[in-house]
Design a protein around this ligand. Structure first.
Ligand SMILES: NC(=O)c1ccc[n+]([C@@H]2O[C@H](COP(=O)([O-])OP(=O)(O)OC[C@H]3O[C@@H](n4cnc5c(N)ncnc54)[C@H](O)[C@@H]3O)[C@@H](O)[C@H]2O)c1
Length: 444
């Protein structure tokens, strides 16, 4: 049998070259020859951006069959050309369903997840040996039908922190999950990339803001700091608010919003939850821009100002305008969805985000090794292997040359393990050792 050709089992002139992913596959050539995913059903939840194609390509190189791959995107980030390319491979791509109204993104997404599992369940056949769930937010893993869990070995790979929240030593997941979200490489290196990308996407909007206008950045974490930096570098007046009062300007959130003309939401929560009634009484004009996820950043405000409005799915991402009774105007940019997903096929430049894409492939390789090495693996949240992280960070940093300082800890396997959340996988009968930091201290 001929060996799969390194690096592109399918021909696509749409696929970007990601040397870090290629290098990881090259390091694992012995696995490519074994085609370990040939009888595996793969459920993949993702942002349908161009570099996702490289992840699917990697799965195919590891032996996955398109007919056994089920993919679900997110309506607000989905790039149509990417979806078309993936569909052309013969995978089952679930189109995001229509929302039933404003602010109902999560409900639509969860119903798509249930539909996905219904399809998987219907098409499971004798030659399927196991299931791999590459999740983004935890919903796919939490919604696996019990009948499927009873009948198949399932391993999860979780890509977001939100998807790993809530697991503790008392409340373990009911399948083994490789914690890509909590790995040192993602935690320490990815958020500045995302923050830079989000702020560079909002730069064109920021340029249009005149100097006398006041901008508020709510949520002064990685993304908030970066957005505030761009605003300040362009000479804008900036107020900062965080629920952590140590890093906030003195005023309350309500006061800050009242004083501001532009509000950049960077919290990852519904920051308008308790203050919507004061916002809708505004006399001036206010523009709200989400830099986080889904439609959650201004969800209460979105629901309030669309109450009674006709809803059209094809206008979901249009700016929402609302005239207040006091003569003011509220603009919710992009219908409350993040401003950095603009159908360009990219949210973070491919050269940077290949770190994350390689870490996902690393999670798949860990899952394969876990399955091959130990048929009796536990249900727990496992660290992503430190050696895989080291390989990825080393080739990623050499790609970026001297553009950023890579923390020295990525030279030490022990330190990478220490900074990665989750438990160590069982190796040759040695019991899992809890090593980790704050979020998972309770494991053991
Ligand atoms: N748009 C994108 O492309 C993209 C990509 C990845 C992640 N995200 C999302 O963006 C959000 C922010 O990311 P980050 O890396 O900056 O997170 P972060 O945890 O570094 O920062 C969030 C900050 O918001 C503050 N905060 C939380 N709730 C608040 C509230 N109600 N009021 C005031 N402050 C509050 C927190 O104290 C924290 O300082 C996250 O939800 C993340 O999932 C967006």
């Amino acid at each position: 049998m001929s060996e799969p050709s390194i690096f592109q089992p399918f021909s696509s002139n749409y696929m970007i070259n990601l040397p870090v992913v290629d290098n990881l596959l090259k390091e694992n050539q012995h696995l490519l020859r074994q085609e370990p995913l040939k009888n595996t059903v793969i459920v993949y939840v993702h942002h349908a951006l161009q570099t996702s194609i490289n992840v699917i390509n990697s799965l195919l190189m590891l032996g996955a069959k398109p007919a056994f791959i089920y993919i679900l995107g997110k309506s607000y980030s989905e790039n149509k050309a990417v979806v078309q390319h993936l569909k052309a491979l013969g995978v089952t791509y679930i189109d995001s369903s229509a929302q039933i109204g404003f602010g109902e993104y999560k409900r639509a997404f969860k119903s798509d997840i249930n539909y996905l599992w219904m399809l998987v369940e219907k098409h499971l056949e004798d030659r399927i040996s196991d299931i791999l769930v590459l999740d983004h937010g935890g919903h796919a893993i939490q919604s696996i039908p019990q009948t499927v869990k009873n009948a198949y070995k399932i391993i999860g790979v979780e890509k977001t922190t939100a998807g790993t929240m809530g697991y503790t030593s008392e409340n373990k997941p009911d399948i083994p999950i490789i914690n890509v979200a909590g790995c040192a490489a993602k935690r320490l290196l990815e958020s500045p990339l995302i923050a830079d990308a989000v702020s560079s996407k909002v730069e064109s909007i920021i340029k249009t803001i005149s100097k006398e206008k006041i901008c508020a950045v709510v949520g002064y974490g990685a993304i908030g700091k970066s957005v505030a930096g761009v605003l300040k570098s362009q000479g804008k007046q900036v107020l900062v608010c965080d629920k952590n009062s140590l890093i906030s300007d003195n005023d309350s959130l309500e006061d800050i919003i009242e004083k501001s003309d532009y509000i950049f939401g960077c919290t990852g929560t519904d920051l308008t939850h308790n203050i919507v009634h004061s916002i809708v009484q505004t006399q001036g004009s206010k523009v709200f821009l989400s830099c986080s996820s889904e439609d959650k950043e201004f969800l209460s405000l979105l629901k309030e100002i669309t109450n009674g409005k006709d809803f059209y799915q094809n206008k979901l991402f249009d700016d929402v305008l609302f005239n207040t009774k006091a003569g003011g105007q509220i603009v919710l940019v992009n219908g409350g969805f993040p401003v950095n997903f603009d159908d360009s096929g990219e949210s973070v430049p491919a050269r940077d985000i290949q770190l994350t894409r390689a870490l996902i492939v690393g999670g798949v390789i860990d899952a394969i090794k876990m399955r091959q090495g130990n048929n009796d693996f536990q249900n727990n949240l496992f660290k992503l292997s430190a050696d895989i992280q080291k390989t990825i960070v080393s080739s990623w940093s050499s790609e970026r040359l001297s553009e950023c300082e890579i923390p020295g800890l990525f030279k030490s396997i022990k330190l990478i393990e220490k900074e990665s959340l989750g438990v160590m996988p069982m190796v040759s009968g040695i019991k899992a050792v809890p090593v980790g930091r704050s979020g998972l201290r309770k494991f053991g």
